[in-house]
Write a protein that binds this ligand. Structure first.
Ligand code: ZN
Length: 293
């Protein structure tokens, strides 16, 4: 299951070519969980028992398996969703089966590694630029965790108010990366749906400028072999070229980077990265269970 701020994607299957999927709008926690459970139960009746659950959720999320509230969304600005426990209702409906719980971007990164644009890469970063901005990293072949999980969307990037007088719209920080470069920030700054901005609109140069700053910081911190940039805003494919150019300028020859077309890429799995990543996480859990004699 991919629990997103605007939509839920649920799927049951064994891989890329065997997947039953449904999508519905994210409403209240109770109703959204009820819809997910009813999809899983009806699919299970046709296909047989579900063996493991993988969840990728919007955050912040409690992904610490040793925590009493593992499997919950923590304090979130999304109305009514703070402290929502996603794991318990799914497990009580589907049985006490193994459950993996990650942020949506960590899950998407894992899906891209298994089936998408990061196959066989041990070090890369997945970033989504949509209504908000989030990022997940795989480092040394593992999803990068800290005490919690990375919050790359809230990185600080230089903000020159003479060029860009917009204050930023992050409810916590104002002009962090998300506050300046998310789809919601674009909408606020230009007072229109960002999809209506033409390719030569100066807003896209500014967008590439902020994203390149963030990628430069992440390159210097994590030394990734690739960036995968997804989300609604990145459907503006001209942004890729603009970001590559600027990132190269920012780093000024200090690092020898891979070919920029290979270094900054769109997701291989498109909008399915999150749900397929959750599936991959669930499969990893099954593979660790000893098989019955
Ligand atoms: Zn912020």
């Amino acid at each position: 299951m991919e629990a997103g701020g605007t939509k839920m994607v649920c799927a049951v299957g064994s891989g890329l070519n065997d997947l039953e999927e449904t999508r519905f709008a994210t409403t209240s926690p109770e109703q959204s969980i009820r819809e997910a459970v009813s999809f899983f139960i009806s699919t299970q009746q046709r296909r047989g028992s579900i063996r493991a659950i993988g969840i990728g959720t919007f955050g912040p999320a409690d992904i610490d398996v040793n925590s009493a509230t593992f499997g919950s969304i923590k304090n979130t600005p999304k109305a009514n969703w703070s402290n929502t426990d996603l794991a318990t209702p799914l497990r009580s409906a589907l049985g006490d089966i193994p459950l993996a719980f990650e942020t949506d971007v960590n899950a998407a990164a894992w899906g891209e590694r298994k089936w998408g644009a990061a196959r066989d890469l041990d070090d890369f970063v997945y970033i989504t630029v949509g209504t908000g901005i989030g990022g997940g990293a795989v480092s040394g072949g593992k999803i990068l965790h800290g005490e919690g999980h990375p919050e790359m969307g809230h990185l600080r990037v230089p903000h020159d108010r003479e060029i860009d007088p917009f204050d930023g719209d992050c409810p916590f920080h104002g002009n962090c990366l998300e506050g300046l470069a998310s789809g919601s920030a674009l909408q606020q700054r230009w007072q229109c749906d960002p999809r209506e901005l033409k390719e030569d609109h100066p807003g896209w140069e500014l967008e590439a400028h902020y994203l390149a700053d963030a990628l430069a910081n992440l390159t210097l911190t994590l030394s990734p072999g690739r960036f995968i940039l997804g989300g609604g805003v990145m459907e503006q494919s001209h942004l890729f070229h603009k970001i590559r150019q600027r990132l190269s300028q920012r780093l000024a020859g200090y690092l020898s980077l891979p070919e920029l077309e290979e270094f900054i890429m769109p997701p291989g799995l498109g909008a399915q990265a999150g749900v397929l990543g959750a599936l991959a996480l669930a499969q990893d859990l099954i593979s660790t269970i000893p098989s019955q004699p």
